[in-house]
Design a protein around this ligand. Sequence first.
Ligand code: KG4
Ligand code: ZN
Length: 364
Amino acid sequence: MARSITVLGLESSCDDTAAAVVRLAGEKPAILSSIVFGQTELHAAFGGVVPEIAARAHAEKIDICVEQALAEAGLGLADLDAIAVTAGPGLIGGVLAGVMCARGIAAATGLPLVGINHLAGHALTPRLTDGLDFPYLALLVSGGHCQFLIVRGADSFHRLGGTIDDAPGEAFDKTAKLLGLAQPGGPSVERAARGGDPDRFRFPRPLLDRADCNLSFSGLKTALLRARDALVAERGGLSLADRADLCAGFQAAVADVLAEKSRRAIAAYLADAAARPHFAVAGGVAANAKIRARLEAVCAEAGIGFCAPPLALCTDNAAMIAWAGIERLAAGLTGPEEIVARPRWPLDPGRPALLGAGRKGAKA
Ligand code: KG4
Ligand code: ZN
């Protein structure tokens, strides 16, 4: 693309209110600003995201977020070419707060408005950060989602498989809860697992007996609960070593399942024969050093590139939404149709829905 294009992105689908400005001038995109207001403290007392609280906080913060993103980029509304906003999937009150704000700015300025699928934002991030060529294989692993996608274009995603129940981040969060560790559970479980023996408890590796790329994590949590209860019944409580071994065993099981299913997804993807094959991982669980290392090793073994965007761009943010907007504009994928907020919005509508996939209404 020869001309420069500058897009304001808005994100409010779960518990992060975010705005960002991204510019593509020539070949190389630049993130001019990326503001994220998290809501962790607002929901901390409730053990999960409360949709009403989230929606109100988004409505209160989104304008401030936009102002800050423009100020940090040193731009005014007149310098923008378009506005991109997450239109789903997510908690509907939050999605609406972003969509209404974006509609307001578009009405006042006459700028084109682009509705973005939040999952497409995650899946297209490796092109923003690493310039990956289509088609590449993406694994989205977060608190709300887990799926393998062959990303063929800005609006072309082929789902190879995904979780049929919990998302891995959700399993980490539940594990932390069962063991009395702090939320979000991923970092606490990873920390507690350090020095633990991953082989003391042999937790199940669900669905490895099936050749497909689907995954399941809910049985793992039940197995952990049983092991915890057995220890408590036997000894009256958990020692630090017990907790470390339980966390290490759980983490090893998640890493094994993700690694093996990634192997299968890579084989299916390579049948698509990309010239420079790449595997990209995105989502909060990609922050886990053990899991990341395993996935990197699987890619090395298969002889394909491994890409993990920096953490701030793996977790929810608006730069990925602005970028997805640029991708759609560059591909001529924008239309006059009205932007509708959607709680559910599969990336690959041609494929059957995965039963119960991911936490209901959770962040993606
Ligand atoms: O991508 P993200 O910020 O939000 C979602 O879109 O879900 O991911 C959050 C999830 C949480 O479930 C959190 O426990 C998990 O990612 N997570 C981790 C780690 N850091 C965050 N899971 C495992 N290991 C980590 N180090
Ligand atoms: Zn997300």
